[in-house]
Design a protein around this ligand. Structure first.
Ligand code: NAD
Length: 473
């Protein structure tokens, strides 16, 4: 039983003013494995004050100094990689291969920020004016549970690279992972107050950060519903806001695709991060003329997908993070059945032979219409919908007929043809015949998948504002 009773403010681990105790679970066993004492709005205010005090000096640090800090942070997180991996598997239930990737990703993003900063021009010319990209001030960074360390380090790296100081509010469900990351980042020896980490509830700590006049910038990753609340709250003080929200990404299988390649790609894109991924390819668009063939192949392939013990090397789908999340996914499977979609794999309940843990059967529906609930709403679990289309025009129309626009996938034997389709998709990222990640490329959503971009130079730019100086040259 791990007790976490400290938060991180002004360069020190301190006891929070908040006194609510929150249970932490191992989602594979449903056992309580720890307890975290949650911060409250008062703690958020103290953290914001610390970040505000640190900002004037921090914002004037040189590029070289900040590169050096990011490198120290990177080394410190690398040194804790095994500990972080253990916390990810225990508290989040990521299968070991995914958990290892996640633990590595947390340090990688710090190094990526170094590369961006090295090439970023803070001073430019516009006609006779000098333009200075000036850090915005104190950044509020609010992160979800589905990649705790990666989001904390990624957002913090961009904020610090830009010269902002930060207050981070991670998910209350990820306190064990957050503790490992916080201890690592503390080791990096940054100036006190440069970053502060206050684990607490969204409605208290998150709301305080979203409303506080001393927060200049908000960067939020989470659900679309909460993103809208944050945007409304932030409007009062005209904060700059970056929102990374939900998705209902299309996996477009063009009629010339080789199904031996497309089917494994579709399953990986759909079930990545145990289906708890905003970028999951959950709507599989298949040409009606080849539907029977596609169904046969995907049914055979999904039979090999193991949902179960994340420490088993054969497992590719771990448990849902919480009982609430498990119940939500079960509810959507029931809705799919009630709406008349045809179950071709999986279904309600736990996988065969599993009697504890928040495990879901890898589930695939066919005969899904794009106006059904399971095709419109984000399920956030391993539940995929096959939607048949007539021709490429129809496929493009279906792909774009969604309130979301985060990511899309196109599979085709002809890259040129796939690229022409990709050009017509309303999404922040379109992946053609690949699932590769490119950290230098912007990431974020069209439509209700969000506002703004993260990663690379676009991600850093979200933490600065141009200031024009005339008569200085
Ligand atoms: P969530 O929106 O409930 O919570 C995200 C964070 O916001 C948490 O830290 C939470 O405590 C906080 N929060 C909740 N209410 C708040 C409020 N009123 N004010 C301020 N902060 C508040 O989402 P979740 O359940 O933690 O994560 C799952 C959702 O996140 C999914 O819908 C998924 O699509 C989305 N997500 C998006 C991305 C992306 O990059 N686009 C990445 C991961 C997850």
């Amino acid at each position: 039983m791990q007790i976490i009773d400290q938060i991180y403010i002004d360069g020190a681990f301190v006891t929070p003013h908040g006194d609510e105790l929150f249970d932490l679970f191992n989602p594979s066993t449903e056992q309580v494995i720890g307890r975290v004492r949650l911060a409250d709005a008062e703690d958020a205010r103290v953290a914001i004050a610390a970040a505000k005090r640190a900002f004037p000096a921090f914002s004037r640090t040189s590029k070289a100094e900040r590169i050096d800090m990011l490198k120290r942070m990177h080394a410190a997180v690398v040194a804790k990689e095994d500990e972080l991996f253990d916390a990810i598997v225990e508290e989040y239930g990521a299968p070991v291969s995914r958990g290892r990737w996640m633990a590595r990703h947390a340090s990688d993003v710090l190094l990526e920020a170094v590369k961006v900063l090295e090439h970023y021009a803070f001073e430019r010319r516009a006609g006779s004016a000098q333009v200075v990209m000036q850090p915005l001030g104190v950044a509020g960074l609010i992160t979800p549970w589905n990649s705790d360390a990666g989001f904390i380090c990624g957002k913090l790296a961009a904020a610090l690279a830009a010269g902002c100081t930060a207050v981070i509010k991670p998910s209350e469900m990820s306190a064990l992972q957050t503790r490992v990351v916080t201890e690592a980042l503390h080791q990096a020896g940054l100036p006190a107050g440069a970053f502060n980490i206050v684990t607490g509830r969204g409605e208290t700590v998150g709301a305080e950060i979203s409303a506080h006049p001393d927060i200049a910038k908000l960067s939020f990753t989470g659900s679309t519903a909460v993103g809208k609340t944050i945007l409304r709250t932030a409007a009062e003080t005209l904060k700059r806001v970056t929102l990374e929200l939900g998705g209902k990404s299309p996996m477009m299988i063009l009629d010339d695709a080789d199904f031996d390649e497309a089917v494994p790609l579709a399953l990986q894109a759909g079930f990545m991060n145990s289906g708890q991924a905003c970028i999951a390819g959950t709507r599989i668009l298949v040409p009606r003329s080849r539907l029977v063939e596609f169904e046969a192949k995907i049914v055979a392939a999904v039979a090999q997908v193991k949902s179960g013990d994340p420490r088993d090397l054969h497992t590719s789908i771990g448990p849902m993070v919480s009982r609430k999340q498990w119940e939500r996914v079960q509810r959507y499977i029931g809705i799919g059945i009630d709406e008349g979609a045809r179950l071709i794999a999986g279904g309600e309940g736990r996988p065969d032979g599993v009697d504890a843990g928040w495990f879901v059967r890898p589930t695939i529906f066919s005969d899904v219409r794009n106006d059904m609930t399971i095709a419109r709403e984000e399920i956030f679990g391993p539940v995929l919908s096959i939607i048949a289309y007539r021709d490429t025009e129809d496929a493009i129309a279906i792909a774009n007929d969604t309130p979301y626009g985060l990511q899309a996938y196109v599979c085709s034997a002809d890259t040129k043809r796939a690229s022409a389709v990709a050009a017509r998709i309303e999404a922040g990222r379109v992946l053609v015949n690949t699932l590769a990640h490119e950290p230098a490329a912007p990431f974020g959503g069209f439509k209700q998948s969000g506002i703004g971009r993260e990663y690379g130079a676009f991600g850093l730019e979200a933490f600065v504002e141009p200031k024009a100086l005339l008569g200085t040259m």
